[in-house]
Write a protein of this length. Structure first.
Length: 467
């Protein structure tokens, strides 16, 4: 494994250093591929071949990548958490099972839960993300998530910028997805943090595809930083999306949440699952002190751990990690839901353009940094603004979450926040970003420092492990 990792790094640098700059197949005329639940790994259009055991490719075609999948919960009725005991039955459907992992099996479970009653504020929504409430709004003279207009809106009626793979910040590393650390991300206005979590050395670590490729430390350390920021910013709601990459039990995540102090802020829904009109306003969440919303893509069990929310019964996503600039607004995960069901859930648009690199069984998606300014732009073909507007038109409401790489880049710094402001029908306050640099120039235009450092790392791995 380490041999493959070391060799991959050297090949990436020697042969793939300008892959972002050379990518030319994503054009206005490119064939649009609709990704379905049974998509397979994309084929490669450019390949380097050496010995029989040496195969390296950079995918630049318009085909789909393998879609992560697991068990999807399906409720026959909702669970109302209140003063009285509520009982319901739900099923889980397994679409695929990763090797050597254990996930929920098909069957039925009877869940019984009792907690204190929560105050729920109902409201209405429309396509420009304005909202009214029939209940009295808690007194609050401070902006909520940066805007006073948001205080009376429901959580489900706001568009937020999502930092894709938020922890993966490493200078001159092709596997990085962001330029600034999580504290700066939050300061700049990012309000959803997503990341891959892996079970590694008896703990939960934040790793990109493999902990041998890019390991950014423990989940507990990361959440401690988030919690410290939340303590200093009492009028902000932060959403966390955990990608449970190894399909491990959700109980593995309770200790990092508790030890980091985030447990004091986690929101526990009054109902399972929550539909659009069930969510409280931001003022309600702020005044109640429960300002951290934690989702998990696979293996969540809210009846056992009520503060780790199942993502796909309450939210859907557009196609995962796209390789082309068509960026469709179709539902990919969870598979098989109806349009009516989709209309009652929040949704996230995946707007992170990728290159797929395959070597000796290691399949890694990396940001197409050469096109990042166009990808994160307010307008233009392949832009975040165009996708957001297309999805708003298709679904008659804006997306809730805009998932992007290198949020600070675009046609101007802060362009992704301008798109969010347009979706929210507010005026962007222009407070971005943590520095001034282009991810494209950082990766494509100044390769030699990166090359030297990465080759040295590869050689070091060879030496260290006697490969």
């Amino acid at each position: 494994m380490m041999l493959a990792v070391a060799y991959l790094w050297i090949l990436l640098l020697l042969r793939g250093i300008h892959v972002g700059a050379k990518r030319t197949t994503s054009t206005r005329e490119a064939e649009v591929t609709t990704i379905t639940d049974d998509t397979s790994t994309a084929s490669a259009s450019s390949t380097h071949s050496g010995t029989d055991s040496d195969s390296f490719s950079v995918v630049t075609t318009e085909t789909a990548v393998a879609v992560p999948t697991g068990s999807y919960l399906s409720y026959t009725t909702t669970i109302t958490v209140g003063d009285s005991v509520s009982q319901t039955t739900f099923t889980t459907t397994t679409t695929t099972t990763a090797a050597n992992t254990t996930i929920f099996t098909n069957g039925t479970t009877t869940a019984t839960t009792t907690t204190d009653t929560n105050v729920v504020v109902t409201g209405t929504r429309n396509s420009n993300s304005t909202a009214t409430s029939t209940a009295t709004t808690p007194a609050n003279s401070q902006p909520c998530n940066g805007y006073t207009e948001f205080c009376s809106r429901q959580y489900s009626n706001i568009t937020m910028v999502t930092a894709h793979n938020s922890p993966f910040v490493k200078k001159n590393n092709i596997a990085a997805n962001q330029m600034y650390n999580v504290k700066i991300q939050l300061e700049d206005g990012v309000r959803m943090l997503s990341f891959e979590a892996h079970y590694y050395e008896d703990d939960i670590y934040l790793c990109h595809t493999s902990c041998d490729l890019l390991n950014m430390g423990t989940l507990e350390d990361y959440l401690t930083t988030v919690t410290d920021w939340m303590k200093d910013n009492p009028y902000d709601i932060v959403t966390i999306l955990i990608v449970n990459s190894d399909y491990v039990s959700p109980w593995n995540f309770t200790a990092p949440i508790e030890n980091s102090g985030l447990i004091d802020y986690v929101y526990e829904p009054w109902k399972i699952p929550m539909s659009l009109d069930d969510w409280p306003t931001l003022s309600e969440m702020i005044m109640g002190g429960k300002r951290a919303v934690v989702f998990m893509d696979y293996q969540a069990n809210q009846t056992a751990i009520p503060y780790i929310l199942d993502e796909f019964t309450q939210m859907w996503e557009t196609p995962f990690s796209p390789l082309n600039t068509s960026f469709p607004c179709t539902v990919q995960r969870p598979p098989g839901i109806t349009a009516a069901q989709a209309e009652e859930r929040m949704y996230m648009i995946n707007h992170n353009l990728n290159l797929e690199i395959v070597f000796e069984g290691i399949d890694i998606l990396v940001p197409d940094s050469a096109q990042i300014n166009e990808t994160n732009a307010v307008s233009g073909y392949g832009s975040l603004g165009l996708m957001a507007n297309n999805c708003r038109a298709k679904w008659d409401r804006p997306p809730n979450f805009l998932l992007v790489d290198y949020y600070n880049d675009g046609n101007f710094q802060g362009s992704v926040f301008e798109v969010a402001a347009q979706m929210n029908n507010v005026t962007y306050n222009g407070k971005c970003c943590g520095g001034s640099s282009s991810a494209a120039s950082r990766i494509v235009d100044v390769p030699y420092t990166w090359l030297s450092a990465s080759v040295a790392m590869g050689v070091g791995l060879f030496t260290l492990f006697g490969l």
